[in-house]
Design a protein around this ligand. Structure first.
Ligand code: P6P
Length: 359
């Protein structure tokens, strides 16, 4: 090739060649063993996303793809056929990988151990295989949420107790949004990046790098049908946004889609505790914590309402927490109403001081 050859379409080719696995290595500036592991892990997650997207795109045409299985999962929720399909896809893509020994899923009471990968596999996948599955049968967006943690110890008793750690030691976190296009958003601690599945290539191609959530946005995303089950502080916040210009309620019933809107446009998503579920509905380890990792990487906040999600140490695998997540200013506004009520409560219950000081 002549010296000084300049490919004419270098930029376009570079973009089309910036696959997920290449992007991981670029971010880590390394071809070392851990970088290669993470690159391979993300590649396998991308494969799971492609397999699930393909199934969803034909769900209405394929026998036995839609509807309920008739079973109830550990969450007490009716299980959809797509939940099981997606759950098994993630298990399959990590077989023969030598990387992932355990998978902890919303759909499985205990972690699944891949025999040939244990105990050499040093990573654990925590995931919600299909989040928002009530949307599947009506062709609305659903998602998969994932987090990768390092396995500490051999876990020979299969208690998986090392998973009961806060979310700050997640190696990677992200989600796949199955919508008009299939989008994979992830972070390995070096910013948040989005890839779009190009069906003609069968590859996720880089779409946006270093996504930053606006400090404030117009969207608030919450199921107002629970209004009467909430604490007064949350009702105070809802009354505030009802009375002030510039707020729009957007709620799809699928966390991943609602979160993606908040990430891209700003605002706040809330799933507070209710009378029925005082700890909220969303699960910490494979829903709130991965999204909290992402939103903090994007410059936003994620709170239980009283403490950062990433600081919460779960007591059990499927622990739930309330969730307030999104733009910094909007999360702060919600938590300010919570703090105000806590302060009010304290002043009401504080021992009264006798003005004469004789008490
Ligand atoms: P509700 C879906 O079941 C899910 O776990 C999340 O994806 C979603 O944000 C939430 O529950 C919806 O719950 O009680 O508003 O229907």
């Amino acid at each position: 090739m002549a010296d000084g050859y300049q490919p004419s379409i270098e930029q376009t080719l570079d973009r089309d060649c910036t696959t997920l696995s290449r992007h991981v290595l670029q971010q880590l500036h390394s071809f070392g063993p851990e970088a290669q592991d993470l690159s391979t892990l993300m590649n396998r997650i991308a494969l799971a996303g492609k397999l699930i997207a393909r199934r969803l795109s034909r769900a209405g045409l394929v026998e036995n793809a839609l509807g309920f299985t008739g079973q109830t999962n550990v969450q007490g929720e009716a299980v959809k056929k797509m939940d099981i399909f997606a759950n098994d896809v993630f298990i399959s893509v990590f077989k023969q990988s030598g990387l992932v020994c355990r998978l902890a899923s919303e759909e499985m009471e205990k972690p699944y151990y891949i025999p040939e990968n244990c105990p050499i596999g040093r990573y654990t996948l925590l995931y919600d295989p299909i989040d928002g599955s009530s949307n599947v049968d009506i062709n609305l967006n659903v998602g998969s949420i994932f987090a990768i943690r390092r396995q500490t110890g051999d876990d020979l008793d299969q208690s998986a107790s090392d998973l009961l750690e806060n979310g700050r030691n997640q190696l990677a976190a992200g989600y796949i949004l199955y919508g008009p296009t299939t989008v994979l958003v992830y972070s390995i601690g070096h910013g948040v990046h989005a890839f779009t599945l190009d069906p003609s290539l069968g590859e996720f191609i880089l779409a946006s790098e270093n996504i930053r959530v606006p400090d404030h946005g117009p969207n608030y995303s919450v199921n107002e049908g629970n209004f009467w089950q909430w604490e007064d502080s949350i009702r105070d916040y809802i009354r505030y946004v009802h009375r002030h210009e510039g707020y729009s309620l957007r709620y799809s019933g699928a966390l991943v889609g609602d979160f993606h809107r908040i990430l891209m446009q700003g605002g706040v998503f809330l799933y507070p505790g209710t009378v029925k579920n005082p700890e909220g509905k969303l699960r910490l380890l494979y829903e709130s914590s991965p999204l909290a990792f992402l939103i903090e990487q994007a410059g936003g906040l994620a709170s239980t309402g009283t403490e950062p999600i990433l600081d919460v140490i779960p007591g059990e695998l499927h622990q739930r927490t309330p969730l307030v997540i999104g733009s910094r200013e909007d999360v702060d506004l919600v938590t300010s109403f919570i703090q105000e009520r806590i302060h009010e409560q304290k002043s009401l219950t504080a021992p009264r001081r006798d003005p004469k000081g004789t008490a």
